[in-house]
Design a protein around this ligand. Sequence first.
Ligand code: FES
Length: 147
Amino acid sequence: MTTQNILLHYSPQRRNLLPVIKEVSREEGFVSETAADLIAKYFNLTRAEVLSAATFYSEVKTKKQPELIIKVCDGANCNLKGSEETLRQIELFLGQKEGDEHNALVKIERVSCFGQCLSGPNVQIGETIYDKIFPDRVIDLLRGYLE
Ligand code: FES
């Protein structure tokens, strides 16, 4: 659904701003500047106000997201089991650092906890969380996604 179509389902009252932003982000993958302009005009706000509201929520993205996001748990249990070494192995294999946003295809993120602490180190690739991802396992796992 386009931003215009989403806006048709809401009245231009301020309380609807966040639901619209979340729906646009979910439908389009992120809130683009073009979408922010449409939303701003509809709610009689500035683009900066819309983007400011959008960036307040971590699930709402304001930049086009890479095709593959790799999340490495950095919670205490996973860290004790070696998640830092797994993260370093991923960085070496991909040739990019955690948080680097220059690769349009892949992004590596460090996250605090998946809530599956007993099975760490845990790594999420796309929508799937994998357990016991030690450095010697992670390369084969990544190859399955990248080849
Ligand atoms: S500490 Fe890694 S899933 Fe909780």
